[in-house]
Design a protein around this ligand. Structure first.
Ligand code: ARG
Length: 561
């Protein structure tokens, strides 16, 4: 917020050369804190003014003054601004305390819809590490978009259709057992699927049988439909256990099957616009002008494809939600697919296709290798989450055995650790999955931030009640470092939304937690002197921003742990 103030101070002196926005975009944070709080580099002005940057900086610094700045000085080519600590910290602390969890809201939208396609696991298959990443990243983006004024719509585009269901039906009818599937749906169904493939290597007629049953399914055969629904329900029950643990809710579970009866319309639309070409008996849309391979719409046997479903889903979502933006949080291996889908929509003349984005992410690795849930080697995610909760419970038992509601807190800490570990790195990075690492109470972890928050809450419990009116501001270096971070929060939110990068929020809460712990080791907050209200206000502001930052990431912040 003070960057704008700086821009407004400088602008009148150079307005014949640059716009206010240009001035604002040049403003930086000085590399070293002793160089001030905000810096303006004069290089860009040199060519306009035909003077050396050092001379320009000096001239500007001499002309500028404002009550919110302690001093404004030239340092080589830079004009450095030192904020008035007392006054500014008073304003910032008062603002954070008054706005509470609304602090950091950024008005980028007036409630327009943004659809977030996330999670989207495949029925009858295990919930993979990739689906976990999509779930966690997508949910954080949804929360952050909401903080920016949008109305997020979380859509779980389930993989619930395809030839594999024909195979599964055959396998179930031959080797399946109802009770076993009910008890362990994903494991059993996967076993059947794997068995189908190994048997089909010996007996090729199985493939034909599978195709036949899928055809039956497409033709609404009663038995086939009934089995499909059952597989779907059992799988969903399993997935819901994971969503329950992660505390994530969806607005829609309309997956691939939902679009079965809507695809004809899409194909007609493509036909009307003369976009369909046949290629070896298949129907495709050429994307030559985008230097992309053609998008397959219909196979030679008449079957529709993944892309056809995504095109249909996009049309449906635009009609149904009138989305202003549509975000697809899906692994980077599907980049080409989404480029094709978006460009076909552009060829159809839909301007809203320009507001669709694929938000890709890297792999989760175990000992440097991609963690796979295929080939029967299932790493059941629910187990992994439960392990994390158990490890968290052990740490709590060791640290704070008398804590109330230990089980609930262990759940929040264990789950928070997994989520934070995923979100703290830029999403395109691959991440190494290590439960021990992510559950440490020190270092860049979720538990570290949660623990810092709880520690701050405990100080507040010991202190007297806060009176916002009594805040007069703080002058010392340690407080000032925290105040500066508090000032940055709204711009962090904005950047993380614009880049679809929750890691910026995660990195920020780590930094704030670190700075707070430094403060806490240097300053006695509860000493009864004339500054106590200000210090308590600072501590409370930190709890508010840490809690809100974690909430945006999808993590709860217990008050005690
Ligand atoms: N079910 C797909 C998979 O597991 C992901 C679906 C992503 N969303 C979409 N609209 N295509 O690979």
């Amino acid at each position: 917020m003070y960057k704008k103030l700086v821009a407004e101070q400088i602008y009148p002196h150079i307005q014949q050369y640059v716009t206010l926005d240009e001035v604002a975009s040049l403003i930086e944070k000085p590399k070293y804190t002793d160089k001030g709080d905000i810096a303006f580099p004069s290089f860009t002005l040199a060519k306009h003014l035909k003077k050396a940057p050092n001379v320009i900086a000096k001239t500007l610094a001499d002309k500028l003054s404002h009550p919110l700045f302690e001093k404004i000085v030239a340092d080589g080519p830079y004009v450095n601004f030192f904020l008035q600590k007392q006054e500014v910290s008073k304003t910032v602390l008062t603002t954070v305390l008054e706005e509470g969890k609304n602090y950091g809201n950024v008005p980028l939208s007036q409630g327009e819809n943004i659809t977030i396609d996330l999670s989207s696991p495949n029925i009858a298959k295990p919930f993979s590490m990739g689906h976990l990443r999509s779930t966690v990243i997508g949910n954080a983006i949804a929360n952050i978009s909401e903080k920016c004024g949008y109305t997020p719509i979380r859509i779980n585009h389930l993989g619930d259709w395809g030839t594999q269901f024909g195979k599964l039906i055959v396998a179930y009818k031959k080797w399946g057992n109802e009770q076993a599937v009910k008890e362990n749906p994903i494991t059993e169904l996967l076993k059947l699927y794997v068995q189908f493939h190994s048997e089909a290597e010996k007996d090729t007629s199985l493939e034909d049988e599978g195709r036949l049953w899928f055809k039956k399914l497409e033709d609404h055969d009663e038995e086939a439909t009934h089995l499909w629904e059952w597989f779907r329900n059992e799988s969903l029950k399993e997935f819901n256990k994971i969503y329950e643990l992660l505390q994530i809710k969806f607005d829609s579970y309309n997956g691939e099957a939902f679009y079965n009866d809507k695809m004809e319309e899409t194909i007609q639309l493509l036909q009307e616009k003369n976009l369909l070409e046949s290629s070896d008996g298949a129907e495709v849309v050429s994307l030559e002008e985008f230097a992309l391979p053609p998008c397959l719409i219909k196979k030679s046997d008449g079957a529709t494809l993944y892309a056809t479903r995504d095109l249909t889903a996009a049309l449906y979502r635009q009609q149904h939600y009138g989305f202003q933006k549509a975000v697809y949080v899906v692994g980077h291996e599907q980049s080409l697919h989404f480029q094709q889908v978006f460009n076909v929509l552009k060829k159809l003349g839909f301007h809203w296709a320009n507001e669709m984005v694929h938000v890709p992410f890297g792999f989760i690795l175990k000992d440097g290798k991609k963690m796979s849930t295929r080939k029967g080697k299932v790493v059941l995610l629910e187990e992994v989450i439960k392990d994390a909760i158990e490890l968290a419970a052990n740490s709590i038992e060791a640290k704070n055995p008398s804590l109330a509601e230990k089980e609930e807190v262990a759940k929040i800490v264990g789950v928070g650790a997994i989520i934070f570990h995923d979100l703290k790195n830029e999403r395109m990075n691959n991440i190494e999955f290590s439960l021990e690492e992510m559950l440490k109470f020190e270092g860049s972890t979720g538990p570290y931030v949660q623990y810092t928050h709880a520690r701050a809450c405990s100080i507040l419990r010991k202190g007297s009640a806060l009176n916002i009116e009594a805040i007069t501001g703080l002058q010392d270096e340690h407080s000032w470092n925290i105040v500066k971070l508090l000032i940055e929060f709204p711009s962090i939110i904005e950047k993380s939304f614009i880049n679809y990068e929750p890691s910026q929020v995660a990195k920020y809460v780590i930094e704030l937690a670190r700075e707070f712990n430094k403060y806490y080791s240097h300053v006695k907050v509860l000493t009864e002197d004339e500054q106590i209200m200000n210090r308590l206000a600072l501590v409370q502001a930190v709890t508010i921003v840490l809690e809100e930052g974690l909430r945006l990431l999808g993590i709860q912040a217990p008050k005690e742990m």
